[in-house]
Design a binder for this molecule. Sequence first.
Ligand code: C5P
Length: 273
Amino acid sequence: MVTPAKINLTLEVLGQRPDGYHELATWMIPIGLYDELAMELSGEMTYESNLTSLPFDSSNLISKAIDRFHEETDRRATYRIDLRKQIPIGAGLGGGSSDAAAALLLLNQLHQNPLTDEKLARLAAQLGSDVPFFLKRCAAWCTGRGEKMEMREFPHDRWVVLIKPEFGVSTAAAYSAYKVLPSELKRGQTKKTEWGLLRNDLEQPVFQKYLLLPEIKSWLEQQPETELALMSGSGSTMFAVVKSVDDGEQVSGRFSLFFGFKFWVQVCRLNPG
Ligand code: C5P
């Protein structure tokens, strides 16, 4: 099963919740960048991946998804698992959450659908705030801690240039830094676009620590092809929305000339459908 990455076209942090999480309003849009997860029933548990730095232990969201699915359905089985990752980790592109959602969908299929959509969504939310979004893979307005969704279409033909430096950012660390920001810095810089007023409130806390990211953002904003430049989620990926794949390739080629090649750079379709 191929499973997509996402970007946050806007991410507003509305306040802190009694459970320690933050109340959000975010417009999440799938992008044409995919991991591929295969799972089948097998006499023993095996795990293979092109990404050797991601162990199959309790930190791996696929392993957690299997454990939670077994608990919830009272079933036990072993699987042959193969994960081909293209979505970088620590990138704010939702790769781990997307893999977890794909695992839940595949497990439910392999066991003849014991869980309803509603139960799957509840289980997904326990695995991570944006896992429910990846069960549906549609442009959506997400609230609560990110797990409550209503469809909000993005009916425009656009592409994104994604730029990720060598380092990643931990989501928990980004929110911890957000918590201690003075209130005048708690709102990201707003950009007026034809799709609304868009911003990412996690930029300020993350930019304070990773000084390269605001530099990339202002460089992207200066490119004539760029319609919007923002950080995705808690970073470290910066993205620019452009009108065509050609525009995207112009921007990405110019970026590499200017900043060098020590970056992961991709051009892909926004909301591929
Ligand atoms: O839910 P998820 O695993 O993505 O969250 C990772 C961490 O990010 C949480 O442990 C929490 O510290 C922080 N977070 C938050 N508010 C949210 C989502 C995540 O504070 N709405």
